[in-house]
Design a protein around this ligand. Sequence first.
Ligand code: HAM
Length: 431
Amino acid sequence: MKNVSNKIAPIRSVKGTRDLLPPETGLWQRVEDESRRTFAAYNFQEIRTPILEATALFSRSVGEDTDIVMKEMYTFDDRDRESLTLRPEATASVVRAYIEHSLFNEGRLHKLYYIGPMFRRERPQKGRYRQFYQIGAEVLGSDHPSIDAEMLEMLVLLLERLGLSGFSLLLNSVGCSKCRPQYVKTLRQALQSVKANMCADCQRRADTNPLRVLDCKVEADQPIIERLPHIVEHLDPECRQHFDAVTADLDERGVAYTLSPRLVRGLDYYTRTTFEITSSVLGAQNALLGGGRYDGLSEMIGGPPTPGFGVAIGEDRLVLAVAEAAKDKTGPAASQLDVYIAWMGDAALAPATVLARQLRRDGLRVEIGYEPAKLKKSLGLASKLGARFAVIIGEGELSTGRYQVKDMSAGAQKELEPAQIAEYLKAALAK
Ligand code: HAM
């Protein structure tokens, strides 16, 4: 629009947030539909929790000491001074809901999934936003290693169904509250003699939170980190047995993985299995999804002991990866519109409207313009909209009672009675 006055500066979206527009939203829907279908096959049901939560929920579960809680949360005091936070993740919310509704009393497993926005004040870049979307799944009520393996199998199936390849499943165990403190002590000791040669962050973390040193991305620190002791070599017998059972189960299911001794993840609630799937098409932000076991999380937020295992997929990144994969194979996205109805002359509008309603009821995707237009303009619009067919209704068609059905790519035209058009189009579109 050229004539808009420029006196008022247009208001723009907030940094790190974005509008998702069609046709890209079609891809988001496809990713969500495929996720729901795959989750249903593994007997997951949907849970919807609020986006606003009490701040304490995240400081207690994700951890006071983590980047998320220390510097990335959108936290504010409500008018009655209650501290609220826009959720930076949803596992804590799901476990809160599980406790609040006493789902543990039902004496069975709960398999829950969610899809929705999360908020973290990170530095925006490709694949990293301040409002981003996660597709997550959580299993509450069992610490059986097959729960871990089954979910990983499900994730691989989902990625394959979405046409992805070239991803790797990285796997580790971070032990439990019994064996991890001993490992952290060993790690802290090992760091004392080398930390002087490491980056400033690592020097600080070596004392405050030595596990985080393993996450460091600074190039010069990598050879030092490679030589630090591995947590999997310090697991207690129960954690060791659990991890061996998970890997044996994955082998049986034919799910490929790479052991990744440095994978400790950025949230404090994890116990035992941790994992990520990375994708080679994503660039710097290559973690497509991540998760693990959190057997102590329920107790951290005041619930009964409840083992849990879950994942969150970064939907923004998954959509990016699916778009990349589709580019190689199928070219541009398929047309969204089946038919455009082109009518000429006032008398044709009413029958055109009736036909549009019939075709829509028959499940076809139909557009009709309401402004009078010449045939050439209507057909121009039909191709701009990507319509596969156009139905032409003018004076001649009204007098014979047979409409012209035009195949927009082949150019061929066929004359049909209105009642025959839906069947004809459905058959042609199915080819
Ligand atoms: P997370 O690793 O913090 O785990 O996030 C999971 C995924 O969300 C990441 O692998 C990434 O794909 C995506 N993600 C994270 N931050 C951003 C961002 N700023 N922009 C775009 N995508 C992002 C969790 O959130 C845990 N709740 C996962 C879990 C579920 N663990 C157990 N159950």
